[in-house]
Design a protein around this ligand. Structure first.
Ligand code: SAM
Ligand code: DTB
Ligand code: SF4
Length: 330
């Protein structure tokens, strides 16, 4: 899509905008179903990169301790609990620049992916930069989606990160697309960018081919010790406008209301769901930061009559959709 078309949508009077995005949502998705995703940091801290928002960069004193890669056994145990709690997607994140074929840590991640895939959950990983070969290995191990965010506009990116470029991010996404994995790609708002920067980010996302399977929209969680630790919170109506514009521009993408929900009110989150968000991170912790508690989230979904996306069993009646990105067994 062209930037000027996205601007025209974004600037529509507020209630017309969310009315339209609600219609697009209803035309493409099962009404009132929200995908629950559990995140697990499988390798925490000590990252070589200098992303200005990140608590896991070794460049800043954030208080996050460096940890080694979790074993497949330990990861599988967390995934089993996540499935029991109702999550249908499990996303494993690693704090490093990227992964290389031949590194024993990569072999261990592949084994963890195979274990989680067997549980019947959507498997997402976010492991930084990837080459073509690594992407194919991950796909073959059972990864359904690769998360690699572009995070902001191409113009704003160099003021947030200096150790890799926006083009490096696009190159990895190209390798993911070529392998046949779905792309999960979005960004962060509240990093000192303008509203136009956010639309420029969305312009890039709308021109992906194939389109992203999911778009996480994170609100910056200011991390003590990082260069962005004093950024003010995002304006709720700007967030809702961005979600609505994303829903209209990418009707078939899951729009994930991601980091930063601890700073949103229940009413604010309700508006985000109305505007077309249909996925959340679920569980008390994101990677290193807090997320709303499971009990609070269950209560919120109940009050809004939203239902968690059903756990994929492969046993739903032929012809009906289970709503997950899994290859259905029926
Ligand atoms: N190292 C990998 C990478 O950079 O792609 C994967 C992990 S990284 C932490 C995944 C994403 O989390 C980032 O691209 C960013 O969008 C999001 N994120 C990280 N720290 C955040 C923060 N403080 N607030 C909001 N989102 C954040
Ligand atoms: C995404 O877009 N957001 C998630 C996930 N993909 C990997 C990560 C959010 C991290 C929030 C900060 C933290 O926990 O350190
Ligand atoms: Fe490292 Fe990813 Fe954090 Fe950047 S966002 S510092 S690459 S873990």
């Amino acid at each position: 899509m062209k930037l000027r078309d996205l601007q025209a949508i974004y600037e529509t009077p507020f209630f017309d905008l969310i009315g339209r995005s609600r219609e697009v949502y209803l035309a493409h998705w099962k009404m009132n179903e929200v995908q629950l995703c559990t995140l697990l940091s499988i390798k925490t801290g000590g990252c070589s990169e200098d992303c200005g928002y990140c608590a896991q960069s070794a460049r800043y004193n954030t208080g996050v301790e460096r940890e080694t890669l979790m074993s497949p056994d330990a990861i599988e145990a967390v995934a089993v609990r996540a499935r029991e709690n109702g999550s249908t997607r499990f996303c494993m994140g690693a704090a490093w620049k990227g992964v290389r074929n031949g590194d024993p840590r990569f072999e261990s991640v592949l084994e963890s992916v195979r274990r989680v895939a067997k549980l019947g959950m959507e498997v997402c990983v976010t492991l930084g930069q990837l080459g073509e070969k690594e992407a194919v290995q991950l796909k073959d191990a059972g990864v359904t989606a690769y998360n690699h965010n572009i995070d902001t506009s191409p113009e704003h990116y160099p003021s947030i990160v200096s150790t890799h470029t926006f083009q490096d991010r696009l190159d990895t996404i190209g390798h993911v697309q070529k392998s046949g994995m779905s792309v999960c790609c979005g960004g962060i708002i509240g990093m000192g960018e303008t509203e136009l920067d956010r639309l420029k980010m969305l312009e890039v996302l709308t021109n992906f081919d194939p389109a992203p399977e999911s778009v996480p929209i994170n609100c910056l969680m200011p991390m003590p010790g990082t260069p962005l630790d004093e950024q003010p919170p995002v304006d709720i109506f700007q967030l809702v406008r961005l979600i609505a514009t994303t829903r209209i521009a990418l009707p078939r993408a899951k729009v994930r209301l991601s980091a930063g929900r601890t700073r949103l009110t229940r009413e604010g989150q309700a508006l985000c769901f109305f505007a077309g968000a249909n996925s959340i991170f679920y569980g008390d912790k994101l990677l290193t930061a807090a997320n709303p508690g499971v009990n609070d989230d269950r209560a919120l979904l109940d009050e809004l009559n939203l239902k968690p996306q059903p756990v994929h069993t492969g046993e739903h009646p032929a012809g009906s959709e289970c709503g997950t990105a899994m290859a259905c067994l029926s």
